[in-house]
Design a protein around this ligand. Structure first.
Ligand SMILES: Cc1ncc(COP(=O)(O)O)c(C=O)c1O
Length: 468
């Protein structure tokens, strides 16, 4: 057996997701359940249990209690990650032939939902931070310019999507953006996969949740930003803009007919944890410890960036002339297992686990990393992607994905049309969407990205055989 033994092994300090840190921060009720005779919890949708789409049973009761506590109309637990719920949500509020306004840092699951629903993604660019190569969240004036730049011809817009916060933890108050999009008549779906803890409302310095901001639909990944097991997530719905029956039908299309009782229980436990005083105390403490750790490490000389989520510790080795990918390769075998290596940065997810001793380990490892890379100069600023403020694929997404294709050497791809997503993972944000044309500037930028990302960007690209 190749897989099972690995799960027993020490893989190093978990500075990756799920945020429960290999079990150490699971809610006590989940720990107790998992210590019961193995497999006891693996139940089908028995009448007493039901499932996320049933009106009766323990799951329905639990979802109702969670929605009441959050002060929203409805919620649904998900066992196929934020992915499954984002896709169901988008399909539930759009009809084939419509368009969806979404930022360029939308997760690939949303692009895939556009494919499934025959929707046109109207992709808007974001402010770019060249020193680190991260997108920043759009603010009100940015969104106003996006709305002013919508192409003259596009399918009717059914909905708008926002991502709050970003993977690295940047987030502004989303309320003004949500209001301005709703003012256009569009329901707003917010991918808050990385910000479940914003909704716990324990820390005034965290950005507000999109739920407080009045978003119609919000998806939380409970494994990324709460204490859920991998694949747990929740979809919240509030207000009157969304047809709940349509949403429920859409969830039914994408949901397994055998949802795992263990994962559903984990959804409940993770959400309940933050309604309990122990859970709230734990979150407050972790936020405080994370802020202290960041300050201490800075005093120790580590180049750490500031984002809006203290639970994301973003190291900037690029400033010292080392790429985030190289730093990760070096730290991984030394037991420091980060979540998100990128060309200029390395993001550690502190999660909800106790990270005692991390300061010492990171300080020592950083010094050794510097010593191991004696010849270095700070990275130059990174180039922003040369994108129009708003764009739609030139060939409809659903058509481009299915059209006859060929593999083209990247260097020779100028003028071709992409047939696939080009998407380093993580963060799972597409650099290129099927149906988009690679003009000279975009190709030049992609070639540069390939030098930075290495093999995560393939040398050959799937493109349409016939140029439209
Ligand atoms: C912003 C964002 N949304 C959605 C997802 C999908 O979440 P999951 O992998 O839990 O399905 C991710 C995953 O990385 C993400 O970063």
């Amino acid at each position: 057996m190749a897989l099972l033994p690995l799960l027993h092994r020490d893989v190093g300090r978990p500075l990756f997701l799920p945020a429960h840190g290999r079990g150490s921060a699971l809610p006590p009720a989940m720990r107790r359940l998992l210590q019961r005779p193995a497999g006891l919890w693996d139940l089908p949708e028995l009448p007493a249990l039901g499932g996320p789409l049933e009106n009766d049973g323990a799951v329905a009761d639990s979802q109702r209690a969670a929605a009441d506590a959050m002060g929203v109309n409805r919620c649904w637990y998900g066992v196929n990650g934020a992915t499954g719920l984002l896709q169901a949500a988008l399909l539930g509020i759009s009809r084939p032939g419509e368009a969806v306004l979404m930022p360029r840092n939308a997760h690939r699951s949303l692009i895939q939902a556009c494919l499934l629903g025959q929707l046109t993604p109207l992709l808007f660019d974001l402010p770019y931070q060249p020193d680190r190569g991260h997108p920043a969240p759009a603010d009100g004036p940015w969104l106003e310019s996006v709305l002013a730049a919508l192409p003259a011809k596009h399918p009717p817009i059914s909905a708008a999507v926002l991502v709050h916060p970003t993977y690295q933890g940047y987030g502004l108050d989303p309320a003004p953006l949500i209001r301005s999009l709703q003012h256009q008549g569009w329901p707003v779906l917010v991918d808050e996969a990385h910000g479940s803890h914003f909704a716990a409302d324990v820390d005034p310095e965290l950005p507000p949740s999109a739920l407080q901001g009045g978003a119609d639909l919000v998806v939380h990944s409970l494994q990324k930003s709460a204490t859920g097991l991998a694949q747990t997530a929740v979809l919240w719905q509030q207000g009157e803009r969304v047809d709940t029956d349509a949403l429920q039908r859409s969830l039914g299309w994408l949901q397994t007919t055998s949802p795992s009782a263990l994962l559903l229980a984990s959804c409940e436990a993770a959400l309940h944890h933050w309604r309990s005083s122990a859970g709230r105390r734990q979150l407050r403490q972790r936020l405080m410890q994370a802020r202290t750790l960041r300050d201490q490490l800075r005093r120790d000389g580590l180049p750490l960036l500031t984002t809006d989520d203290p639970l994301r510790l973003v190291l900037h080795p690029g400033r010292a002339g080392i790429s985030g990918l190289d730093a990760d390769d070096w730290l991984l075998p030394r037991g420091l297992v980060a979540e998100l290596p990128e060309p200029a940065t390395l993001t550690f997810c502190l999660g909800l686990a106790d990270q005692r001793g991390l300061r010492r380990s990171l300080r020592r490892a950083w010094q050794q990393l510097l010593n191991a890379h004696p010849a270095r100069a700070p990275q130059p600023p990174l180039l922003p992607p040369p994108l129009p403020l708003v764009a739609q694929p030139e060939v409809p997404l659903a058509e481009a994905w299915r059209a006859p294709r060929r593999l083209c050497v990247l260097e020779q791809a100028e003028g071709t049309i992409a047939a696939d997503l080009l998407c380093p993972y993580p963060p799972g944000i597409p650099l290129l969407v099927p149906g988009e044309r690679l003009d000279g500037a975009r190709l030049h930028w992609l070639l540069e990205q390939r030098q930075l990302w290495g093999d995560q960007i393939p040398a050959r690209l799937a493109v349409l055989s016939e140029i439209a």
